[in-house]
Design a protein around this ligand. Structure first.
Ligand code: MN
Length: 208
C-alpha cells in the first residue's frame, strides 16, 4: 500500500483526526452493501485531503458510532466534498447520527455547470476535467468482507475520493464564470432536507 494511503478499523485515530482538522476541505465517499441504508450495511468510508492523503475506515457489522469521524464531519470550517452527497450524507446520518456539514456535491455542481452534457457520473467528470480514465470495475463488488478487501477494491475506493477536490475547484470556476454559483450553493444547503425526506421514505414530493 502506498504511503499516502492508510486503512483503519471502525474510526479515525486521534492523530489522523487532528491531521484532517487542519484541512479547509476533505473529499468523502462511502461503500455499502446496497442503496437502502435501512437494509444495507455501511462497509467503508474513504477520506482524502487536498494533498491527496487517503484514509479508508472499515466499518464493523452492527457498529453504531464513530465519534472521531463525527467530529470531523461536523466541523463547520471544513467543507465536505462528495459525488452525489445525498447518498453518503444519508448513510452517515442513518448509521452514526452524523450531521455532515458544510456540503459540496460535485454531481449537483456538474448538473448546473455542464448543461452541455448529459453525463454527470464521476467517471465522466474525471475524464473530462482531469483527463484521467477511472477504473470503475470494482464499483459493484462485495464490500461486506471488510477484513479481506482486495488491493483492487482498496485502490478503487481511494480513487473515488482522490479527484473530488480538484473537481470542486474546476466546477466552482465554471459556475462563477456562468453566474450559476449562487443557485448551486442554495442547492447544497438543501441536501440535508433531501436526506431527511429519503430517510423517511418520501418520494418525489416536489412533483405535480
Ligand atoms: Mn465509491
Amino acid at each position: 500500500m502506498s504511503e499516502n494511503f492508510q486503512v483503519f478499523d471502525e474510526d479515525l485515530s486521534e492523530v489522523t483526526l487532528n491531521y484532517y482538522l487542519e484541512a479547509d476541505a476533505i473529499a468523502v465517499d462511502t461503500e455499502t452493501m446496497g442503496l437502502n441504508p435501512q437494509r444495507d450495511r455501511l462497509c467503508l468510508i474513504q477520506i482524502c485531503d487536498p494533498s491527496g492523503f487517503v484514509t479508508a475506515i472499515r466499518i464493523a457489522r452492527g457498529q453504531t458510532e464513530a465519534p472521531l469521524l463525527k467530529q470531523l464531519m461536523e466541523a463547520q470550517n471544513i467543507e465536505k466534498v462528495f459525488h452525489f452527497a445525498r447518498f453518503d450524507v444519508a448513510q452517515l446520518r442513518y448509521h452514526f447520527g452524523i450531521e455532515t456539514q458544510p456540503i459540496f456535491c460535485t454531481k449537483i455542481a456538474s448538473k448546473i455547470a455542464r448543461t452541455y452534457s448529459g453525463s454527470h457520473g464521476l467517471k465522466n467528470l474525471v475524464q473530462e476535467l482531469e483527463g484521467i480514465e477511472l477504473d470503475k470495475s470494482a464499483q459493484s463488488s462485495d464490500w461486506g468482507n471488510a477484513a479481506n478487501l482486495t488491493p483492487k477494491q482498496l485502490s478503487y475506493a481511494a480513487n473515488d475520493v482522490r479527484y473530488l477536490i480538484n473537481l470542486r475547484d474546476k466546477l466552482t470556476q465554471m459556475l462563477k464564470r456562468e453566474e450559476r454559483w449562487e443557485i448551486t450553493q442554495k442547492c447544497f444547503s438543501c441536501i440535508p432536507v433531501f436526506v431527511d425526506l429519503d430517510l423517511q421514505q418520501f418520494k418525489d414530493i416536489f412533483e405535480h
